[in-house]
Ligand binder design. Sequence first.
Ligand SMILES: [Zn+2]
Length: 618
Amino acid sequence: MSYQHTDPTNTQDALAAVIAEAMTILRPPPRLSVAEWADRERRLSSEASAEAGKWHTARAEYQRGIMDAISDPLHRDVVVMAGAQVGKTEIVLNVIGYHIAHDPAPILIVQPTAEMGQAFSKDRLAPMLRDTPQLRGKVKDPRSRDANNTTMHKVFPGGHVSITGSNSSVGLASRPVRCVLLDEVDRYPASAGTEGDPVQLARKRSATFWNRKILMVSTPTNKGASRIEASFEESDKRHFFVPCEDCGHEQTLRWSQVQWEKDQPETAVYVCEECGSCWNDAARNRAVRRGHWQATEEFKGVAGFHINGIYSPWTPLPDAVREFLSAKRMTETLRVWTNVYLAESWEDQGERIDDYAVAERAEDYGPRLDERILVLTAGIDVQDDRLELEIMGTGQAEESWSIDYRTLYGDPSTPQLWQDLDAILASKYETADGRTLQIRAACIDSGGHYTKAVYDFVRPREGRRIFAIKGMAGQDRPVVSRPTRNNIGKIRLFTLGVDNIKDLIFSRLRLQSEGPGYCHFPNDRPDEYFKQLASSEKIVTKYHKGFPRREFVKTRTRNEALDCRVYAIGALAILNLNLDSLAERAARQVKEDRPGAPQKQPPRHHAARRGNFVNGWR
Ligand SMILES: [Zn+2]
């Protein structure tokens, strides 16, 4: 038996050699992360970067954790809420380069519009494909006659890159892809044509891949309307902690620690929150180089990264301060700066009401009601040991006057308290121009412990428009819904959309000058009243399908003053009056009562009527 020799002329041996060679080609390249690949292969193009040449992740160390999360098989969803000058487009480009050269896959890139997709392809992607040697030649030039390669669609061995605008339902809904890169998601429309949420459409494309990757990147926009913030909120919220050179304390970089001499942005430094040492730009950059990511919430499937412009090696602090000083002159420019530099969402002023400012505007009412008042309504809140009520006057264009606020102590399960209430609701008020007004409608909250007592009170008084109500939260609730009798008391029960009414109240409390919607208050109310009135705040309380839901939450335990105002407005809404024709009628009445008298008269003093205006606040 002769022993085997390898003779290339032998067909069997030739086959073995081919297979061996093929095996070398098919053997997977060393497993690299995106950052490792970029450090080895990526070149920055001169037209797209001030630092053309070899890529160095260490130049902006925070980029490493973000890129490596994308190539980490444990992560499917990666969310990056970032400022404009931290290099986030380069991160996206590195991910694309990695998946062309190292881990071929079909890729979908979504830009806000098709035009922005074109610009991204021509100005950023094409230079990378040209200048990075490992990518060169993998994607054919779109100018060549290959129909497979256009600006918006590029084929490479093992995959393709498709670019589309978020407003294109067609572009979002074609072939399956393994990698979905969603750039500037806060500039996407709510719906791609009539097809629905572009993010969901794009995500669906990857559903068949077990090893799919979804990267979402953006600067945030308005609080409550920001996709990237909503997604970041659902993530493990990673922040970049950097050590102080002087004390070693690790901290995130915050704008409140950037300090400068008045009118001298060039003196800007970063002040360590622990030891107070001042870092110049060089020290700040050294600190960032030694920083690391740290999750602040439990990982539930989404890796989230937040990075602001203070970390950026490309923006010196004095420049940032100059931009800030120029931006802060106007709310609109400050909003953009906050989004783009701090990578923080912008919260419109007035989500919270300044109770001091409202109290400051309170005025001296005089003995009789303002002659602009056309109708009186009341709102009553039921507590275990008392009733609280507000009587509200309303004029044209819903300008309002708080006429009275009272607390009636007693047990709501006994008749006495309700008799007291009945007497108050029957009182008469005189206006400065001589008209007599009575309460036209009242709403009593029946949602508490004394539902039956409330029903018993309102049943014989429906003719006087004294109604039981229940409040319902939720933005989709109308101010007042058609009443039902489907309740144990068989009474007309109205449902008030309390969130909508609170929106209305809060926008009106913000008005500074008399006129439509303005709210007048008497200056004998205690501070506590105004604190209760401003006792809610609208915040994001939960997320539904990735969108934030904003709700009113109590900021104080007692908020009856706000509730009473909600119910008084509910009573006005139930009346559904035409205030303009009511004003005409009032003017006619004044004329008939006092022919020849001028329509406007200074309020006359009526000491006797004062009895009804005793402030019941305790
Ligand atoms: Zn320190």
